[in-house]
Design a protein around this ligand. Structure first.
Ligand code: PGA
Length: 251
């Protein structure tokens, strides 16, 4: 029911020449019906990437969006302008936004609500730090991030929601959560969405993120509640990204 979703988060990397090289590795015979592919480049490259992705089945999104609709908010990234450009989704609450840019559950909830108002797909990121995991607070943290960040969620929003579970200790560190460990967190998230918001959480894609690469993607995707991956470093090179896409197609 939930075909694998492979989303690349390029963070503040890639210039146009890197994007051009990325597309030299697109495999000729991918069955795009068996996989959902998406890339989130730096905002300034969204139109360029949309052009590049035409006809490929790859959706293009942003790594962030403003909590404000429009007006005097210098430097913000307007959701309406993103949509106008053809941007298909926005990441909300990536751990780098939470920690380096002090984004709170409350401000993330404003962004989430704005996305829902405009029927724009929100990829809502949650995850615990190493300290929180070691002190057995993983569930407590996930619960708070979901309860406060997704406040207002209802069934009509589900086509526009993807959740990404990204344990902070696994992001960019080379440490990946063990497939069972990740699957447990995904099951917890799915159950919490169902019980707290009373929504049909079987309809929600829950992606795993944190040092996903060609060597570990299969064992993660084989788990029942892991519906795809949010991939940073290993999505920067076309060869590595498309190797993961091919593996996802064959599962
Ligand atoms: P990583 O990043 O794959 O480089 O660990 C994942 C992310 O931050 O989304």
């Amino acid at each position: 029911m939930r075909k694998p979703y492979l989303m690349g988060n390029w963070k503040m990397n890639q210039l146009k020449e890197d994007i051009d090289s990325f597309f030299m590795s697109v495999p000729k015979n991918i069955d795009w019906n068996k996989v959902k592919c998406a890339l989130a480049p730096q905002a300034i490259h969204i139109p360029y990437l949309i052009e590049k992705c035409k006809g490929s089945g790859i959706a293009v999104g942003s790594q962030n969006c403003s909590a404000f609709e429009d007006g005097a908010y210098t430097g913000e990234l307007s959701l309406n302008a993103l949509k106008e450009m053809g941007c298909a989704f926005s990441l909300i609450g990536h751990s780098e936004r939470r920690t380096l840019f002090q984004e709170s559950d409350k401000s993330l909830n404003q962004k989430f609500k704005l996305c829902m108002k405009h029927q724009h797909k929100a990829v809502f990121c949650v995850g615990e730090t190493l300290e929180e995991r070691e002190s057995n607070k993983t569930h407590e943290v996930l619960e708070r991030q979901l309860r406060d960040g997704l406040e207002g969620l209802s069934d009509s929003h589900l086509p526009y929601l993807v959740v990404a579970y990204e344990p902070v200790w696994a992001i960019g560190t080379g440490l990946t959560a063990k497939p069972d460990q990740a699957n447990d967190a995904h099951q917890f998230i799915r159950r919490f969405l169902k019980e707290h918001f009373q929504v049909d959480s079987q309809k929600v894609w829950i992606l795993y993120g944190g040092s996903v690469k060609p060597a570990n993607i299969e064992e993660l995707l084989e788990k029942q509640d892991i519906d795809g991956a949010l991939i940073g470093g290993a999505s920067l090179k076309g060869q590595s990204y498309f190797e993961m896409v091919e593996k996802a197609v064959s599962i």
